[in-house]
Design a protein around this ligand. Sequence first.
Ligand code: NAD
Length: 497
Amino acid sequence: MTHKDILASAFLTDADLSGGGLKVHSPVDGALLGSVATHSADDVEAMIARAKSAFDRWKSVPAPRRGELIRLFGDELRAAKNELGALVSLEAGKILQEGLGEVQEMIDICDLAVGQSRQLFGLTIASERPGHSMRETWHPLGVTGVISAFNFPVAVFAWNFALATVCGNTTIWKPSEKTPLTALSVQKIFEKALKKFGDAPEGLLHVAIGGAEIGEALTSSKDVPLISATGSTRMGRIVGPKVAERFGKTILELGGNNAMIVAPSADLENAVRAIVFSAVGTCGQRCTSLRRLIVHQDVRDQLVERLKSAYAGLPIGSPLEKGTLVGPLIDKQAFDAMQHALDNARAEGGKITGGEKVDAVEGGYYVRPAIVEMVEQSEIVKHETFAPILYVLTYQTLDEAIALQNDVPQGLSSCIFSTDVRETETFLSATGSDCGIANVNIGPSGAEIGGAFGGEKETGGGRESGSDSWKAYMRRQTNTVNYSRELPLAQGIKFEI
Ligand code: NAD
């Protein structure tokens, strides 16, 4: 399929792709995909007003009925999976299978949200006063602002949108300025679901196209009670305080610096597969990509040898071609950042294998993923470089390995390969990994929808997807009901009048 075919089959028209000020290039070959119209801060203000009035109607629609809209959205995504998956691949540079996997994640979260729409439950609580009952109820919050990153151009939106919608909210989505086309395509797919649904208020979903200034118009509005922002820690440092200043809520999903500990008892065959998938998948541009390998000294040499040989045979090329496992970096800036990090690693004593530019497709930034053997966890290792660089560190005791794993500013994902239950349970205990995600005998990336997703420290502390993440999209209310004929006060207080 040509680029044009992919764009057209994902419902994008000439009008979507021409006449605007935002030039969108494919990381596959640098080709210009379109010139997309951008919004202004005033446009965002108007969207917020419309989303607010849609919220006034949507919040009183019964939650299971709201779930029906998301069920229809999931159906439309199933029907458009191949087309949207190919567009993700073309615009974000992921290999086709990962583009399809991303759309599958959207479908999965829709399924979860449909079920959740019948499970937005609170608690009943024992009251200390006779003839009283207490309970906790959950109510819709309002307009949700979703700011998303280029590397998961559609799934992260869906994680937020599906839950926000069944919870009774309306949404304004600001996709990455690097991937606006997938967002426009998703908006069209959602409109199909809306049509089938019938009586939804106008303005449930708005897509605001532009850069940081559009994100800022959202974060500074007091009419957007919740901002869910996914991206770099740099962005989170601006967004977090800005929203807190107006007492808004945030879900922050920021950078990661994910590690794997490989113990002497590990199944090395599985470890190698897990390492390669999580370190080079999406060309190292996943928030959960494996960046630090902490290997026991007894197995270090053989593991590194096996990895080098697996890396040497990696098929690097167009993500649209069958058989490719490593696609391009998103752009030149990402390539320069990778080379800069490798220079720093070298200066800090690192021994580098790979990392060079590969001439796979003219116009794209393709690299051979790098393995960097470090003497210690120096400055560059503690920094998230959004590229396929795997730093290798060596340990002698599990305590030392856990200390290394935790000694970085980020706290997203982590894992241990070991068949020793004492080690694995220690890793998962309060004295083990300090991350939001900690796995055993499986890599750090590729989370399932059912669990809560997110991380600690500079990763931001937010949680999305499964478990009780839906609560972040609602406001909690505590209710006390007096069904007696008296008015007893709490804490035994007497206040006679
Ligand atoms: P980025 O921070 O450059 O941009 C992310 C989004 O934030 C974009 O939409 C951008 O326009 C917007 N933005 C930037 N500055 C802003 C501001 N001042 N106010 C409001 N919005 C602003 O990130 P990126 O390069 O697109 O993505 C890569 C980063 O995202 C990596 O650090 C990666 O780890 C992280 N990420 C984290 C998760 C997670 O769940 N923790 C998931 C995906 C990506």
